[in-house]
Design a protein around this ligand. Structure first.
Ligand code: NDP
Length: 451
């Protein structure tokens, strides 16, 4: 990298840190993007003159609000709600809602920033946003979750709409929560529109939306493996998490011929050397989605498996790792274990599960590594397909949605190759995804003037 570009990065990051003190996760996410796109920006000086990057790191709007609700015993609780509307240059804001005790403004900004590039990569017209609350739905009754969702939506509904901002699910927000949120939105606004995605099949949802992130991740991984003449067939795969993304990533990897040997939750992980099969998958769906149980119960049910409390799966030898739980779940040591255990490909189902040190280790050891903004974009892409189906008031078959999902993941992979292939033929998927996502948003911002 030339000195001018390095100075540009240093100056830019100093400004971001000064304007957003203490928001470490946000600094990390911005740095990753800026390091990838800086050479492009400095090569096109009008992007610097128009301060496109400076505008991109400043949310168009941040809404932060009080969410009061009562538990089943009448006790009063106060949570905090957020919606960060980051960028609407290429379409209405779009991004998930997360309910988790770790939610804060910095995390929301990171996720909204990342979402902007991810949505751009999908080739669909969607801007970037993220929302959520520090509410923890774990251990809460359905009635408590419903009251919380209704209170959350009572404020959020002022800021969203089918042509303005279309939220979806994320950690802690699945079909049940989307149902309660949608019900309250419809009641307050007196309209039945596609303002939320991830809806139930009988009331505007798209076929394959629940499966889309995990399936899309595997389609993307297939394409990565194909660049080295490989496939999922016969490979040992580690999956972390046991929520929505993890479940369908595991199912698709298994159906593509891999042996999936781990799943996890925030208490520990299970290792099943025999691999998952359809019966075991059904148990996991039932356990996590209906009984809302813990992954350790898998080892009680299937004696081939061992449960490791308070540990992550990354010490288990494997060919492919699919982190599908949460941010920063693969640190430096975990990455070293993966490399030592023979891992050749890491594709992120979760958002930012690998720390910057871990990414450097993957790239330094020649692993195929895909950042979530590229490899997990199938979820939001299928949300975009849900929006289209809502607008034209039609419902596509699972085969039609699956074919579109495959095409989109393949297009994203092609975009990563286009902008991320080095002279020696190696592919930097981080750089490719960042530049491809950036160009489309930047061009739209240039066209639309100073707004
Ligand atoms: P879920 O809530 O369905 O599942 C999350 C899983 O991660 C659970 O198994 C949870 O375990 C585990 N987990 C949460 N926090 C931790 C932690 N600190 N340590 C270890 N495990 C943890 O969420 P999703 O599957 O929807 O989302 C998973 C990831 O994928 C997130 O990063 C999300 O942003 C990303 N993503 C999701 C998309 C979607 O369509 N759903 C789209 C694109 C990205 P526990 O039950 O113990 O909390």
């Amino acid at each position: 990298m030339d000195k001018f570009t390095q100075n540009y990065i240093d100056g830019f990051m100093a400004g971001v840190i000064a304007r957003n003190p203490g928001e470490k996760e946000f600094h990390q996410a911005v740095r990753e993007v800026v390091e990838s796109v800086a050479s492009y920006v400095t090569a096109y000086p009008h992007l610097m003159d128009l301060k496109i990057l400076e505008r991109m790191v400043e949310p168009e709007r941040v809404v932060m609000f009080r969410v009061p609700w009562t538990d089943d015993r009448g006790g009063i609780h106060i949570n905090r709600g957020y919606r960060v509307q980051m960028n609407s240059a290429i379409g209405p804001y779009k991004g998930g809602i997360r309910f988790h005790e770790s939610v804060n403004l910095s995390i929301m900004k990171v996720l909204a920033f990342e979402q902007t590039f991810k949505n751009s990569l999908t080739t669909l017209p969607m801007g970037g946003a993220k929302g959520g609350s520090d509410f923890n739905p774990k251990g809460r009754s359905d009635a408590e979750v419903m009251r919380f969702c209704q209170s959350f939506m009572t404020e959020l509904q002022r800021h969203i709409g089918q042509d303005t901002d279309v939220p979806a699910g994320d950690i802690g927000v699945g079909g049940r929560e989307i149902g309660y949120l949608f019900g309250q939105y419809k009641r307050l606004r007196d309209e039945f529109t596609g303002t939320l995605t991830g809806k139930g099949l009988g009331w505007g949802g798209s076929r394959l939306r629940p499966e889309a992130t995990g399936y899309g991740l595997c389609y993307f991984t297939e394409q990565m493996l194909a660049t080295r003449g490989e496939s999922f067939e016969g490979k040992t795969v580690l999956v972390s998490g046991s929520g929505n993304v993890a479940q369908y990533a595991a199912q698709k990897a298994m159906r593509l011929g891999a042996k999936v040997v781990t799943l996890s939750d925030s208490n520990g992980f299970i290792h099943d050397p025999d691999g998952l099969d359809e019966e075991k998958m059904q148990f996991v769906f039932e356990l996590k989605n209906y009984r809302r149980g813990r992954i350790r119960e898998y080892a009680d049910r299937f004696p081939s498996a061992t449960y490791y409390p308070d540990e992550r799966p990354w010490k288990i030898p494997c060919d492919i790792a699919l982190p599908c739980a949460t941010q920063n779940e693969i640190g430096k040591e975990d990455a070293e274990h993966l490399v030592a255990g023979g891992c050749r490909c890491v594709a992120e189902g979760a958002n930012m599960p690998s720390t910057p040190e871990a990414i450097r280790i993957f790239q330094g050891n020649g692993l195929l590594y895909a950042p979530g903004k590229a490899s997990n974009a199938g979820g939001v892409a299928t949300s975009g397909l849900e929006m289209t189906q809502n607008s034209i008031r039609q419902k596509w078959t699972a085969e039609e949605v699956d074919a579109q999902l495959r095409r989109i993941m393949s297009d994203i992979h092609a975009a990563c190759l286009k902008y991320g292939t080095a002279e020696d033929g190696t592919v930097n998927y981080v750089k490719g995804a960042n530049i491809a996502g950036f160009i489309k948003v930047a061009d739209a911002m240039v066209d639309q003037g100073l707004v």
